[in-house]
Design a protein around this ligand. Structure first.
Ligand SMILES: *Cc1c(COP(=O)(O)O)cnc(C)c1O
Length: 402
């Protein structure tokens, strides 16, 4: 039977190809050839969730009350744990019933927020480069993306003054993310003040992704959007347990902020899912209540890896500033190569997987992202292979003399 008539909806064909899927194919091929891959491509933390969280999950599994459908809006206890955490961490007061909503990971919420708020043709402001869900969600909803190009000379911050008034006045949502994946950039508090004023002036719904709230180093403490006066009237902030607590597979995140914005997302989700398994919500409460010593441990693990890799890459010609947060390095490609070619070249010659910057939008061209998701032994092996294959940074193309 001819099945040509079974075509996916147009909303799927509007999506640019998912670079990670293509990278997966190449990884599979490299593995078939017997290459020992060092996968620093995905933002997937290595290691397991903290022991007290695992114990809480096991105990919660023994309770039959946790095995049915959980409440749509998340358990009251988990929502309370979220708002308590917010108060402790940022001194921000939130109503657990209307200003906090548990999510099946923040990617789910970021994407569904677009389905809840974007009409076909709506203009959505998204930095480039950006975490893919920030532009893929609005694209699935039929929105039009206006890319805000980020530049190293502006410390990868959004240049609000460069956004034309007619664009800002038409825009419905602005997605942003500091500390940033993939650029590792952090934004000073004044930037948050400016972006809140900008969003209020132009009536733009502000969506901040603070998924690296805790992965910060050298005394740096990331700012929460909701610390800024007036932010809660126009904005929401997304968090995840995936990165801080090595719980990426558990699918636990949450959104906090403006109650009307959250209500739209809740209404949509009521039609789609039943939320997080109640036993995991109980375990997630434990995670949010862990003593700070746990955080210090996670932070020093990533800081060690960051310093080790930056030093090793320096010997190969790279001058990479120490990122104050996230679990990545944002590394310029040797001049004269584009990010896809360079990432493929590195994979083929060394078996080391890095992510081409253009996976995060055109603004990521010329860079690759390296995830700090292996211990220093493995990172050292990656550096040895780079040296052997003569993978190094060149700031200028060699001009042949004729
Ligand atoms: C990893 C990541 C997420 C996804 O987190 P989940 O809660 O696991 O869906 C969201 N935003 C950014 C910027 C990330 O890097």
């Amino acid at each position: 039977m001819n099945l040509d008539w079974i075509t996916p909806a147009e909303r799927l064909s509007s999506l640019p190809p998912y670079v990670f899927a293509r990278l997966d194919e190449l990884k599979a091929r490299a593995r078939e050839q017997g290459l020992d891959l060092i996968d620093l491509g995905m933002g997937n933390p290595d290691g397991s969730a903290p022991e007290p969280v695992i114990e809480a999950a096991i105990a919660a599994l023994q309770n039959p009350a946790n095995h049915g459908y959980p409440p749509f809006e998340g358990t009251a206890n988990f929502r309370q744990a979220i708002t308590n955490w917010y108060h402790r961490r940022y001194d921000v007061e939130l109503d657990p019933d209307s200003e906090a909503l548990p999510l099946l990971g923040s990617k789910e919420g970021l994407t569904h927020l677009a389905l809840a708020y974007v009409n076909p043709g709506d203009l959505i402001l998204v930095p480039s480069p950006a975490y893919p869900a920030h532009f893929r969600g609005p694209l699935i909803a039929g929105g039009t993306i206006h890319s805000l190009m980020l530049k190293p000379e502006n410390d990868w911050l959004i240049d609000l003054a460069a956004i034309p008034d007619e664009v800002a006045n038409r825009a419905k949502i602005l997605y942003f993310n500091y500390p940033s994946n993939p650029t590792t950039a952090t934004a000073p508090r004044e930037f948050f003040v400016d972006i809140v004023a900008f969003a209020r002036k132009h009536s733009i719904l502000l969506v901040h992704d603070l998924c690296y709230a805790e992965l910060a180093f050298d005394g740096y403490q990331p700012t929460s959007l909701l610390e800024i006066p007036g932010a809660k009237e126009i904005g929401v902030e997304f968090h995840t347990l995936s990165k801080t607590y090595n719980m990426a597979g558990w699918r636990v995140g949450f959104v906090v902020g403006n109650r009307h914005i959250i209500q739209g997302l809740r209404t949509l989700k009521t039609n789609l899912d039943y939320g997080i398994f109640a036993a995991l919500q109980t375990a997630a409460e434990t995670a949010l209540q862990l003593p700070d010593v746990y955080l210090t441990e996670v932070q020093s693990r990533y800081r060690r890896r960051r310093d080790f890799l930056i030093q090793g890459l320096a010997e190969l010609g790279w001058d990479i500033p120490k990122s104050k947060a996230t679990m990545y390095l944002w590394v310029p490609c040797p001049v004269g190569t584009n990010s896809t070619d360079f990432a493929l070249d590195v994979l083929q010659q060394t078996g080391v997987v890095v992510t081409p910057g253009n996976a995060f939008g055109a603004g990521g061209e010329g860079y690759v992202r390296i995830s700090l998701i292996a211990d220093c032994d493995r990172l050292g092996e990656a550096l040895r292979r780079f040296k052997q294959a003569n993978i190094r940074y060149q700031a200028e193309t060699l001009v042949s003399q004729s």
